[in-house]
Design a protein around this ligand. Structure first.
Ligand SMILES: CC(C)(COP(=O)(O)OP(=O)(O)OC[C@H]1O[C@@H](n2cnc3c(N)ncnc32)[C@H](O)[C@@H]1OP(=O)(O)O)[C@@H](O)C(=O)NCCC(=O)NCCS
Length: 372
């Protein structure tokens, strides 16, 4: 068995930004158009009028101020309310693979490594652009990595579940290094016409290089342990899939997009995540007081404050549990990895941190790391 490290990370940030103000303006214009279109039904009491969204609610309820997206014009067009992507011929690299390659290249460069140092790649994301050929294989081949690649989806915990697969492969010696790439184009699954959730998500891609510790560059983060948990819940759900056409579904049907019972998720997932992290730390003879930083999933600011308060027995500072969701919104499985990517250079040798995701499934994944 080998000791394993996170050698480096990479981040691709999309070119366009939507602020809460722009988002709310577009949603409210859409709501007015809808209400005018169905004025008779609304007046007859057969249909509920759409109510306006507002910036203050979004920021107070979630902590989100803006988000990056692959396409802004389609989302902000009140007659469209979804991104506008140009289809690419099969001979061109696909969008998910393109941003995956960019994030992975940054991770390789930061570690001073090349494709020849890597034996495999996992594309771990909440949504895949297509069923096959695997996105991972396209990214692997574009990077010039020999060996193998595959896709996996555990919603917002895809990256941490992928990390456990990568750590195990490296630990057992079946690979020297594995890249875990998480291209999250969440804008394509978000119900932009639903004011309860239209503000939640943003697009991004992260990459993590998991490597044998003895081959990793100095200053890497040794992985002390990974732990996964899942438990079925319908509170975060998307029914879209390959059988949708056989059910004669409209891709815009409400259940064919992201939906959630936000309050229930909040109430159920916070204690689960805190208990999971505490149990994982105890299994490696640590406790929360001995943790320098928690890089938590970035869905909701109050959720993270509650989880860290449960763990620490006091309010967490931004140094204890950094926040990136104000800038990025919820980026599904990439959120905790962005928090790690942006906030780890001040660690001293021996400092311990925990990466933890939580989300649909429910699924929770934690990775305990120590700076070398
Ligand atoms: C989604 C979430 C931010 C909503 O916050 P909340 O405080 O639970 O808000 P609610 O949905 O209960 O809505 C509160 C009120 O604001 C209203 N509201 C909802 N969206 C609104 C908007 N965009 N603008 C203005 N008002 C809004 C609701 O209609 C409701 O009104 P009511 O009290 O008259 O019924 C929050 O539940 C959450 O983050 N949950 C965690 C789950 C999560 O983010 N999961 C992502 C996948 S991991």
């Amino acid at each position: 068995m080998h000791r394993v490290a996170i050698s480096s990370t990479g981040l691709f940030t999309p070119p366009e930004i939507i602020t809460n103000e722009e988002l709310v303006e577009a949603f409210n214009a859409f709501a007015e158009l809808e209400n005018a279109k169905y004025a008779d039904e609304i007046a007859a009491g057969k249909r509920a009028a759409l109510t306006a969204s507002n910036v203050e609610f979004i920021e107070k309820a979630s902590g989100i101020k803006r988000r990056y997206v692959m396409n802004k014009s389609g989302v902000l067009d009140p007659r469209r309310m979804r991104p506008l992507f140009t289809p690419r011929p099969d001979t061109d690299i696909s969008m998910m693979a393109e941003i995956g390659v960019k994030a992975a290249q940054e991770a390789l460069e930061r570690a001073g490594k090349t494709a020849d140092d890597v034996d495999g790649l996992i594309c771990a994301a909440a949504n895949m652009q297509r069923p096959y050929p695997a996105m991972g294989v396209e990214i692997q081949t574009a990077l010039g990595i020999k060996g193998y690649a595959f896709d996996m989806n555990v919603a917002c915990s895809s990256a941490t579940f992928g990390l456990e697969m990568a750590v195990n492969a490296v630990r057992t010696g079946s690979a020297r290094a594995i890249l875990v790439v998480s291209p999250e184009i969440t804008s394509a699954h978000l119900a932009w016409k639903d004011r309860d959730c239209h503000f939640i998500f943003g697009d991004v891609c992260t990459a993590v290089l998991v490597e044998r510790l003895d081959l990793a560059p100095p200053g890497s983060f040794e992985v002390l342990g990974t732990r996964l948990l899942s438990s079925f819940s319908n509170n975060i759900r998307n029914n879209h899939g390959f059988m949708s056409r056989a059910e004669d579904r409209d891709p815009d049907d409400r259940d064919q997009l992201f939906r959630q019972e936000g309050r229930k998720v909040f109430k159920e997932v916070c204690p689960m995540a805190a208990e999971h992290i505490a149990g994982h730390l105890a299994s490696v003879n640590l406790d929360a007081q001995g943790v320098r930083r928690f890089w938590l999933h970035q869905a909701n600011l109050a959720m993270n404050q509650l989880i860290s308060r449960k763990l620490l027995g006091r309010d967490a500072t931004l140094d204890d549990a950094p926040v990136i969701l104000d800038e990025f919104a919820n980026t599904a499985s990439a959120g905790s990895i962005i928090a790690f990517h942006r906030n780890n250079t001040d660690f001293a040798v021996g400092d311990v941190g925990v990466i933890c995701s939580f989300g649909a499934g429910y699924s929770i994944g934690s990775v305990i790391v120590k700076k070398t």
